[in-house]
Design a protein around this ligand. Sequence first.
Ligand code: NAD
Length: 324
Amino acid sequence: MAASAATPLELRPLGSTGLKLSSVGFGASPLGNVFGPVSESDAIAIVRRAFNLGINFFDTSPYYGGTLSEKMLGKALKALGVARNEYIVSTKCGRYVEGFDFSAERVTKSIDESLARLQLDYVDILQCHDIEFGSLDQIVSETIPALSKLKEAGKIRFIGITGLPLGIFTYVLDRVPPGTVDVVLSYCHYGINDSTLEDLLPYLKSKGVGVISASPLAMGLLTENGPPEWHPACPELKVACQVAAAHCKKKGNNISKLAMQFSLSNQDISTILVGMNSVKQVDENVAAAAELARVGIDKETLSEIEEILKPVKNQTWPSGIHQS
Ligand code: NAD
């Protein structure tokens, strides 16, 4: 499927930040070789293609590929040769290949290391990465105040929190002063097989918090090739998704395209962060958004897929030490 330059990618506001993010966001974990090797020249070409097709939001973390993703993204953004305010960058702190550390000292040092790797003076969003693995009370009383200081120092513009169990978001947002946390990044909870984030959207809206939803392809479950070896889903969920992918193919559709379009359909989510490790995937995902805007989603195939996935609907997996 060729990407259409005729239908520009929609820009959506991110909570109260004033930022406008492209509806399709670029998840840079694949640039850390998380889903297989990606060369430096490929990384540069993939990011360039994404930017040229209207993707303005790029997300990474020091954890992805043990800092490799940040380094690759930094090189690729520099190679674009455009003004810094033409793209929006988020990275994370607190999760590293060595383990978790959400202390004020570590996250304060972390941003300087990330800025050096990214070759940037500031990031737009700094997010506490996978907070369910830390003490949520420490996040509230120590980590977020440290990030507020980084905001004052101009190293970051906005503060976010990320993680899998949805209860972590309300726990933190109910305990910090209003306006302190600008953004939440949820993953694997707004897709065809799991849409539990939907129930939280009115609460997040009422708090003025921007919503980033990541992993529309459920980290590879909703692809024809299937998920990587390390994928945490149970075998039942993996099998059901592969049956759904095969059914889609039989109908002349593609499970990844349908999954992108499903996630993009909710306007209360600012951006759908998808991980892409080839120019072809960038083209396909942007084209999926363009097709959605032009003709809508293939409702018949979607409802058949939803029927196949019904027995495993909203099934997730344990993550961290807080399972709410
Ligand atoms: P994803 O659901 O976006 O799936 C990525 C996989 O799908 C990769 O293997 C990719 O090559 C493949 N893919 C992409 N487009 C495709 C297409 N058109 N056809 C077939 N396959 C395609 O999962 P993800 O990469 O884990 O999530 C996206 C991004 O969100 C990450 O890169 C990261 O930036 C962010 N994220 C953050 C957290 C967190 O903060 N805790 C967790 C998960 C993801």
